[in-house]
Write a protein that binds this ligand. Structure first.
Ligand SMILES: Nc1ncnc2c1ncn2[C@@H]1O[C@H](COP(=O)(O)OP(=O)(O)OP(=O)(O)O)[C@@H](O)[C@H]1O
Ligand SMILES: [Mg+2]
Ligand SMILES: [Zn+2]
Ligand SMILES: [Zn+2]
Length: 463
């Protein structure tokens, strides 16, 4: 087999640990175990078939090897389930075992993600660590310690302040494209991490960070792709298919194959803004709130956009929950809209009625509203069959869809609508719909909801 550059890098400390471990083991399971934890294939694969179908799948694929130095950031921009978290965890292992990293930062979107994915997950650091170099995890101290004395501290991007102060030579950022607060110029988790890393050169080892993420079209990702000190690996979910079970394949590939979003979720592509679209993802992101942050809502509605047919149909029922309240995000109090939930999907009539009624009670909503023009009677009758007293108002469009959507898009432009959380499919519809195309159901539902909540000169008449 070809010369393996990482074989040269195999450091002495690791060999020593491995040696001590070997003394205690039977030769049979020792060989198997060494092979199993030999991610960079330093020892050379000894199985007859080598990598590939039916053969050995203990080792990294070519793209899961760190790119040749020098780089400061290695950005793995890949489709879902490609094996990026595994590549990140294995790289951390190598930094510690072979390059002598001592101060490591693990950063995830939330504390729970750090624990469930980066540390305890099936591709996390505990799962990939060999028995001769097992780290000790102390959840309450947000800390992982290796036998060499290397220490990793766990951070949540939700609490960017914590990232100020400490120094590290190594950082692993999982799913940074989904982190909140990236737009806080003074306190973004990504820039706070950079501060800790830039100080770390004093520690001897050149600082490096691996960022493993499915892309979104946000500034951080676009900037990193242009950055000369950033090495980018782009990967397609298909490259890891042989390591996924049937249900994972079905869930991901069938859901996204052939769609625009699939280019992002499967192929790792950073999608460009759609020309002529009324909404831009950057704006939605800028206004996004992780939680309601103390805003009191004075009115909450659930808007239903029924699809044409009640039977099997290609389109979905749009069901969106939104509220209205006085917000001080710009200093002075002003009435803003808050998108709270997207419950849209393919349902039977009884199914969507239950979903909408559930949404109403979950968000302590005041009223369900639905479009009357088209199947208006049907919406009310279907809801009443489930709950005869449900507060319901039929609304009707006196003007065309584009005319209704534009003032709502303008509210976003003015910074008056916040998404409380991330609604991937709804946001995809908002950012790709061009007036003139048939408007998608989730978009219609959010336009109904926000028109009801925010429009003073209503373009809709209420019965
Ligand atoms: N080269 C490989 N050989 C064998 N198994 C692999 C390889 N790369 C990844 N895997 C396995 O594939 C599965 C998915 O990997 P991982 O969780 O790292 O993917 P991901 O891209 O982070 O997925 P997600 O989109 O869910 O975050 C894991 O079980 C992982 O161990
Ligand atoms: Mg992952
Ligand atoms: Zn092998
Ligand atoms: Zn606001």
């Amino acid at each position: 087999m070809a010369a393996n550059p990482y074989a040269v890098a195999a450091g002495l400390p690791l060999l020593k640990l491995r040696y001590h471990y070997q003394q205690k083991q039977q030769s049979q399971d020792r060989t198997t175990l060494e092979h199993r934890y030999d991610w960079y294939n330093v020892l050379g694969c000894t199985l007859p078939q080598g990598r590939g179908k039916g053969g050995c799948n203990f080792h990294a694929r070519d793209k899961q090897y760190p790119p040749p130095a020098p780089w400061r950031v290695w950005l793995l921009l890949t489709g879902r389930r490609w094996g990026k978290t595994r590549a990140g965890a294995e790289w951390v292992r190598r930094r510690i075992e072979e390059e002598g990293a001592r101060h490591i930062a693990f950063i995830a979107k939330t504390k729970a993600d750090a624990r469930d994915i980066m540390i305890e997950g099936p591709a996390g650091i505990l799962a990939v660590s060999p028995p001769w170099n097992r780290p000790h995890y102390e959840p309450s101290k947000r800390r992982i310690t290796w036998p060499s004395g290397a220490v990793a501290t766990i951070f949540s991007a939700d609490e960017p302040d914590q990232l100020r102060g400490p120094e590290y030579d190594t950082a692993w950022a999982d799913e940074p494209a989904k982190w909140l607060h990236l737009n806080d110029i003074l306190n973004s988790p990504w820039s706070n991490m950079q501060i800790g890393l830039s100080r770390a050169t004093a520690l001897g080892l050149p600082a490096q960070v691996v960022a493993t993420t499915t892309p979104r079209s946000i500034k951080l990702i676009r900037d990193l792709k242009k950055d000369e000190s950033c090495a980018v690996t782009i990967g397609h979910t298909n490259e890891n298919l042989e390591n996924l079970d049937e249900s994972a394949k079905k869930e991901i590939v069938e859901r996204y194959e052939g769609t625009r979003l699939g280019r992002q979720e499967l192929a790792g592509e950073v999608l460009e803004d759609v020309e002529g679209a009324l909404w831009q993802l950057a704006k939605i992101d800028e206004l996004r709130m992780p939680k309601l942050n103390g805003v009191t809502l004075d009115r909450v509605v659930v808007a239903i956009d029924p699809s044409g047919s009640s039977s099997e149909t290609a389109s979905e029922q749009g069901i969106v929950v939104a509220g209205r309240g006085v917000c001080e995000c710009k200093g002075a109090p002003d009435t803003h809209g808050f998108v709270l939930d997207d419950l849209s999907g393919h349902y039977t009539p009884e199914g969507w009625a239950r979903r909408a009624i559930h949404g109403l009670s979950k968000h302590e909503g005041d009223r369900i509203i639905g479009e009357a023009n088209f199947g208006g009677q049907m919406v009310e009758a279907t809801l009443r069959a489930i709950d005869k007293d449900v507060p319901y108002t039929a609304v009707t469009a006196s003007r065309g869809k584009a005319v209704r959507a534009e003032p709502i898009a303008a509210f976003y432009e003015q910074g008056k609508v916040h998404h409380v959380g991330t609604f991937e499919k709804l946001e995809e519809q908002l950012t790709t719909w061009v007036p003139g195309d048939t408007s998608p159901d989730r978009l219609d539902a959010v336009v109904w909801a926000l028109t009801e909540l925010l429009s003073s000169k209503k373009s809709i008449a209420v019965y």
